[in-house]
Ligand binder design. Sequence first.
Ligand SMILES: Cc1cc2nc3c(=O)[nH]c(=O)nc-3n(C[C@H](O)[C@H](O)[C@H](O)COP(=O)(O)O)c2cc1C
Length: 185
Amino acid sequence: MLSETSADFFGYYPGTVALVTAIYQGQRNVMAAGWHTALSSEPPLYGVAIGRERATYGLIAASGEFGVNFVPAKQARAIQGGGVLSLHDGADKFAALGLTPLPEQPLALREAYLAYHCRLTATLPVGDHDLFVGQVQRTHFDPAQYDERRLFVGQAAIYLGRSEYVTSGAARQSFPPQLYRPEEG
Ligand SMILES: Cc1cc2nc3c(=O)[nH]c(=O)nc-3n(C[C@H](O)[C@H](O)[C@H](O)COP(=O)(O)O)c2cc1C
């Protein structure tokens, strides 16, 4: 039975929260973003909704690029810190949260199991955020966290809302692709 609510309700979680990275003129930053989505496979486009008041917003707008990093459950504290601390207050979140950019690819985090390096292709105003659309230029991933079909087998950091996280790990349900399309004859 469903109940209607008039409240500002974030019940669409659980979901992953990305760590969005940006660098401009030597200034680097990382922030948590629960509002992220794949948008296109050809070309590969990924979107993140970023509030205009975020320090990260200015770095992405100025540099024209951003990183989208997914870290495992053991890094939930870093996600939360990335979403509470701000570069506006002078925080070096990489040091504070124990996050390490790859030397040769500073928008990717060593702690991530998956990292997209995106070139900004569109900035779409969406209410109180802007949707930054990025074309994926490079993808880094941790092979130990994926099986031979490239399905994630690690412990994902799954956000419930209100600063609470759980992880994946329940038994998988697998369905044949043709489940609802039985072969003719
Ligand atoms: C779990 C979580 C998810 C968040 N998701 C978003 C988001 O999708 N977009 C956004 O603009 N801010 C989001 N925030 C807030 C920013 O991460 C937060 O304002 C951060 O301090 C911005 O850092 P900056 O000012 O250094 O860029 C989120 C915060 C948390 C804790």
